[in-house]
Design a protein around this ligand. Structure first.
Ligand code: TXA
Ligand code: MG
Length: 333
């Protein structure tokens, strides 16, 4: 990170006592120059937020412990949360995770795409131990997004990237969201417009007796079960296997009330389908559209600094992931 005094995108929430170590966040375009710059910053141990089809990720060289530590610092993330390692393709994934027939089936069906596989960690890996937070497993993802792929190829190594938001806050689906939360805490953001899926990847654990759903996300569970030919086990909520499942993990600053038919006095209302609101996740009742607009609408309503009431969302397909996020947003804290 560059040592500078004057910065662009200064975030007033961050203490001025850190002025000498605050980097100036570069706003990179997703062209060949921007991608080369992003790769150079990553090679130098920098932090670069980059788009994936799910959400923006806060990337660092997964082999560089200092760089990875920078991710936790920038996010203010509890250090026991392991990070997803992004790789170019399944062949690269095999360098880090112990492969199995089920890994092969899911990788062939859904990579590149919004799926993360948790596999036993290979003993001969060269990842920073901070990436896995000391676990003997590793979360691996091959993103489909053209810019994520271009950066992975230009960088030529594994990129650790959690969602590019301060810990416990709403995930970023635009470069503007990234800067709103992390400006001057990271070296650069690579802007390629809004994310198309708009929900984090679905996480499947293949390090248990049965394939296990660790986090619902952008890839419907039904599609995964169809590919595997068996039902997924559901992670035991009492035992935090994926810390992303923590209650109140996706919390807006405002209080959130679910399954509301209409707004009470003083509330802003997030509608769905025929139930109107200040904003509507999908006037036509389309769950894919609702997923793509979820974080955007939560950010926008949160900015109004009033309690948020949310219309009922059908609990199937992507609706399950949306409801999972909304329950966390509404959890007591
Ligand atoms: O779509 C996504 O998945 C985005 C984009 C940037 O790829 N990334 C993302 O990362 O959502 P993050 O760090 O916000 O969430 C990663 C989740 C966390 O809940 C973490 O605990 C879990 O993955 N995880 C990582 N490694 C794990 C492991 N070895 N075992 C179990 N869970 C793991
Ligand atoms: Mg996250």
């Amino acid at each position: 990170m560059k040592m500078i005094r004057l910065t662009r995108h200064r975030n007033p929430k961050h203490s001025v006592t850190k002025a000498l170590t605050i980097p100036m966040t570069e706003n990179l375009r997703s062209d060949s120059g921007g991608i080369a710059r992003a790769a150079a910053l990553l090679k130098a141990g920098g932090l670069v937020a980059l788009p994936t089809e799910t959400v923006y990720g806060l990337g660092a060289d997964a082999r560089n412990g200092t760089a990875v530590a920078g991710i936790y610092a920038a996010k203010g993330r509890p250090s026991f949360n392991p990070l997803i390692v992004h790789v170019e393709n399944g062949e690269h994934a095999r360098r880090y995770g112990l492969w199995s027939d089920q890994a092969e089936v899911l990788a062939a069906a859904f990579w590149p795409g919004p799926l993360t596989l948790v596999l036993p960690l290979r003993p001969d890996h060269d990842l920073s131990s901070l990436v896995t937070a000391g676990l003997n497993s590793v979360a691996l993802r091959v993103p489909a997004h053209r810019t994520a792929q271009a950066v992975l190829q230009a960088f030529g190594g594994p990129i650790a990237a959690p969602s590019a938001n301060p810990s416990g806050r709403i995930s970023a689906t635009t470069a503007g969201h990234v800067l709103a939360g992390l400006a001057d805490r990271i070296d650069a953001v690579l802007d390629d417009g809004p994310c198309t899926v708009g929900l984090e990847s679905t996480i499947i654990g293949l390090n248990h007796a049965r394939p296990t759903l660790l986090r619902a996300g952008g890839l419907p569970i039904e599609a995964i079960e169809a590919a595997l030919g068996e039902a997924l086990a559901i992670a035991d909520g009492a035992k935090i296997i994926a810390p992303g499942q923590m209650d109140s993990h996706y919390a807006p600053a405002a209080q959130v009330r679910l399954n509301a038919k209409n707004a009470r006095a003083g509330e802003v209302f997030l509608g769905f389908g025929s139930i109107p609101g200040d904003l509507n996740l999908s006037p036509s009742g389309d769950l894919t559209e609702a997923a793509a607009s979820l974080f955007d609408h939560l950010h926008a309503l949160d900015a109004m600094a009033k309690p948020i009431a949310v219309a009922p969302i059908p609990d199937h397909g992507l609706g399950r992931a949306i409801n999972d996020r909304l329950r966390r947003a509404a959890a007591p804290r």
